[in-house]
Design a protein. Structure first.
Length: 184
């Protein structure tokens, strides 16, 4: 079974993105192992610290390296990704040349209360992924009007959306397996 490391770009307690991630784990529990790594308590990236990394950053970098793929689940803030996600990305890419992200297959998901979902954040994240030499799937997956998608317990109320989540993660699984076979 493939191991996917999931990174939620929201530190908000009742985040729709956390709900989306938790529901994804539930939907895919018999197909794939998804582990969440909480990035909300990371110190702000400081290049002066990159040769003496904090223990939580070392653990994070090792989890990335030991995973088969990455799943980013992030809100959209000001047409871009959240500061907490950008901070985690920066930590794991350093010190040069120890970029933990390189050649790692990945997928992006996001939920927002807006009508555009997290489309612009995903575009911004994709630009960063190119620089990091990551291997994202070409599918976009965003949930618009998230306040209408989840019930009071954080569960998705739309069966069609659950099916779309399955399709998205299966695309990541297929892509990851293709990339692994090329690297043998």
């Amino acid at each position: 079974m493939l191991k996917i490391l999931a990174i939620c770009g929201s530190s908000r307690k009742n985040s729709f993105n956390k709900m989306l991630l938790n529901e994804t784990i539930e939907i895919m529990k018999n197909t794939i192992e998804i582990e969440i790594f909480n990035i909300g308590s990371f110190p702000l990236f400081n290049q002066d610290m990159e040769n003496n990394l904090p223990s939580e950053i070392i653990e994070f970098k090792n989890k990335i390296k030991n995973s088969d793929a990455i799943l980013f689940v992030s809100p959209e803030y000001n047409y871009s990704i959240s500061g907490v996600l950008k901070n985690a990305i920066d930590w794991a890419s350093r010190p040069f040349p120890d970029n933990s992200w390189e050649n790692k297959p990945c997928a992006i998901m996001g939920a927002s209360t807006s009508g555009f979902g997290t489309l612009r954040a995903q575009l911004a994240l994709r630009q960063t992924l190119v620089f990091l030499k990551m291997l994202p799937i070409n599918n976009e997956f965003y949930v618009s009007k998230a306040q209408d998608v989840f019930n009071e317990n954080g569960k998705i109320i739309d069966e069609t959306l659950k099916s779309k989540i399955n399709i998205h993660i299966m695309a990541l699984i297929d892509w990851t397996n293709k990339m692994k076979s090329l690297n043998k």
